[in-house]
Design a protein around this ligand. Structure first.
Ligand code: ATP
Length: 350
């Protein structure tokens, strides 16, 4: 039994009639990892999460949790807990009773389950709200109660389906920090499905990008950002330009590009493309300038605001995108495989 991994997916496939929702995916998630499943709508993220939880049966393949094959076990016997997007709190029960509910179902005596529930309310900083009903809480507070309720069974793996999507942008960042803190403190694995690249970058130790039922890249976020394996990944994670070259597609980060001529600045005689400005977006410390190149590619430069306003440009202006050869990154266009031994080692060390 290999207990270095909290979760292992071995050639897992899910079919719904003629639809192949998940196609022979393999993945190893080391112990106590914050793993984000990311990808465009319909790529198979939720199906993967639901198969790990046991809410969907696998069509083929195996799921191991902490070395044990759980493919045929019901959800309650897997050592997982799931937190749903809607939180699904019982409206007529106090926060304390909501959190204690599953212990009640297991026949734990009232005093003990309330003590445990208080402990978990404190963990999510909601100790003062024990007697309130869910309707008397804000969205962020309800979310914390739902978290406490999922964690009270001390799962080895917590599964979160778009947990931040119902929150406003400010609260989303606050709760995101909270999730990371909890995952660290409890030292368990979180598997978090999200649409948001920013969310995945901020939270994940291991970022798993899916497309069309396949895992296209699984690696720490910085590796995915710095070394996207394919044009799809480079475009999907954003802030990259995908360009054609004689050697095949290459990516260059938008923040490593600037506007100018190949003759000036530090990139003398470096690569460049000519185009026309199509949009200018102020983003605070940076300004994003989008260009349509003469070859018909959409590219952009992320320019520090001070640099931009020294020589501003507008949609319709001709412009040249300039970068340094050493910042280009060749893209293979092929799928990657699950974590290499080296990646696994690096994650376990961290
Ligand atoms: P989203 O980000 O939109 O939630 P997702 O990546 O989570 O998408 P899934 O919900 O896993 O995607 O769906 C993967 C594929 O499986 C889609 O093509 C979807 O239509 C299909 N699918 C999901 N559930 C079912 C079902 N119960 N019956 C039939 N097809 C399904």
């Amino acid at each position: 039994m290999d207990t270095r991994f909290d979760v292992e997916l071995i050639s897992v496939t899910k079919r719904y009639g003629p639809t192949l929702a998940v196609d022979t995916i393999s993945l190893r998630i080391p112990r106590a990892t914050y793993c984000c499943l990311l990808g465009p709508s319909g790529c198979g993220k939720t199906t993967t999460l639901r198969m790990i939880a046991g809410h969907e049966a696998v069509t083929d393949g195996d799921i191991l949790i902490h070395g044990q094959n759980v493919s045929d076990l019901p959800p309650i016997k897997r050592g997982t807990a799931m937190m749903f997007q809607s939180y699904a709190l019982f409206p007529h029960m106090s926060c304390l009773d909501n959190v204690a509910f599953s212990l009640k179902m297991r026949g734990v005596a009232k005093q003990e389950r309330h003590n445990r529930a208080r402990e978990y309310l404190a963990l999510v900083h909601m100790a003062d709200f024990a007697t309130r009903l869910p309707a008397q809480l804000s969205g962020g507070q309800q979310q914390r109660i739902a978290l406490a309720r999922a964690l009270i069974n001390r799962p080895r793996v917590l599964l979160l389906d778009e947990p931040l999507s119902a929150l406003d942008p400010f609260l989303r960042v606050k709760v995101r920090e909270e999730l990371k803190r909890l995952q660290r403190e409890l030292a368990i694995t979180f598997i978090h499905v999200t649409h948001s690249q920013d969310e995945a970058m901020a939270l994940a130790d291991l970022m798993v990008v899916m497309e069309n039922g396949h895992i296209r890249q699984s690696a720490p976020p910085r590796d995915v950002f710095e070394r996207p394996v394919s044009p799809f990944i480079a475009r999907f994670i954003g802030s990259h330009n995908v360009l054609r070259s004689n050697q095949g597609p290459v990516a260059v980060r938008a923040d490593r590009c600037r506007l100018g001529t190949p003759q000036d600045g530090p990139h003398v005689n470096g690569p460049y493309v000519n185009g026309k400005v199509t949009a200018v977006e102020y983003q605070g410390s940076m300004v994003r300038v989008a260009l349509l190149t003469e070859a018909g590619d959409e590219v952009s430069a992320l320019v520090p605001d001070q640099t931009f306003y020294r020589k501003p440009t507008e949609p319709g202006d001709p412009a040249t995108l300039v970068w340094s050869e050493q910042d280009t990154h060749a893209l293979s266009g092929e799928d990657t495989h699950p974590l290499s031994e080296q990646d696994t080692h690096a994650l376990m060390e961290s």
